[in-house]
Write a protein that binds this ligand. Sequence first.
Ligand code: ADP
Ligand code: MN
Ligand code: MN
Ligand code: MN
Length: 339
Amino acid sequence: MAIQAEYLWIDGSEPTQLLRSKTRILPGPVSSVDELPIWGFDGSSTNQAPGDSSDCVLKPVFMIDDPIRGGDNVIVLNEVWTVDDEPHPTNKRAKTREIAEKYAHHESWFGIEQEYTFMSDGRPHGWPVGGFPAPQGGYYCGVGADEIWGREVVEAHTAACMEAGLDISGTNAEVMMGQWEFQIGPAGPVEASDQIWVARWLLYRIAEEWDISATLDPKPVKGDWNGAGAHTNYSTKAMRESYDPIVAGAEALGKRHDIHIRNYGAGVDQRLTGLHETAPWTEFSYGVSDRGASVRIPWQTAKDGKGYLEDRRPNANMDPYVVTALIVETVCGDADGDL
Ligand code: ADP
Ligand code: MN
Ligand code: MN
Ligand code: MN
């Protein structure tokens, strides 16, 4: 029987790229991503090509069973290529593949904490018209209809990610009312990033059913309200075995603070103010258990003398391909003497 394949890709929107998708009907079930045909789209409608030469190419790279349509239907993430068979300039995955391969001997793992904010009727979900809810305090990991908004969407999204076989590792309500988080990982740089993009798409798509949208805006409400980040937890094989490589990794990240900040999502300076569990974007710091540092070494890691580090700087709207590639390049390149 014919199936529906939902082709996803990342567009050319600036300063933050967005997801697009369209449906292709295929004659029958597919068992691997290599069986899916290349496709195309109108790049002049996605800021990826001029109108007089508008065709862009979609190359399937990662496929899941479609948890929304069910049956043999699939969702497929694509890389965008030009008609000259080059990765499109907006295709950040291509470079991440190269860096992942170059430093594969370090066996990098990522766990990404994706924060986001539900919006309805033009304001954060659950917020009163024209005003503010009670100040932050009870919302983080809260329970009860006075604290929690949107749990029905979170439950449906989590179930969908699990059914699709994504490495979702947890969820929680966040510090600002209407704000939530899911985590993906641990997985390799390309794998974790592919999964974050697909999980974002599932979130937007599933929330449609409740007329709710999810935004990755890093600072959806100005003032005394938490922003939304994408803490990026990272380890190499060496870090998972001993402590010195973790300290070396944190030191290496400090040497390239500026380039990391520039690539950690539009508006990172709005979020990394030094308040609301952030370190100021102008300074690099790291410390054990320190939620006011740029990079935190979790308490358990310090106690065990091995584990991982947490880069707390990336914004919710960061591109995981860009962030994971940069971390691998900085930490492993330093270890290998390449930088
Ligand atoms: P936090 O305490 O900062 O809220 P979370 O529990 O939300 O942390 O997220 C931690 C993430 O780190 C999870 O996705 C988890 O799978 C991931 N993780 C655990 N161990 C490792 C590791 N060795 N390397 C990389 N990521 C890891
Ligand atoms: Mn978390
Ligand atoms: Mn969080
Ligand atoms: Mn965290």
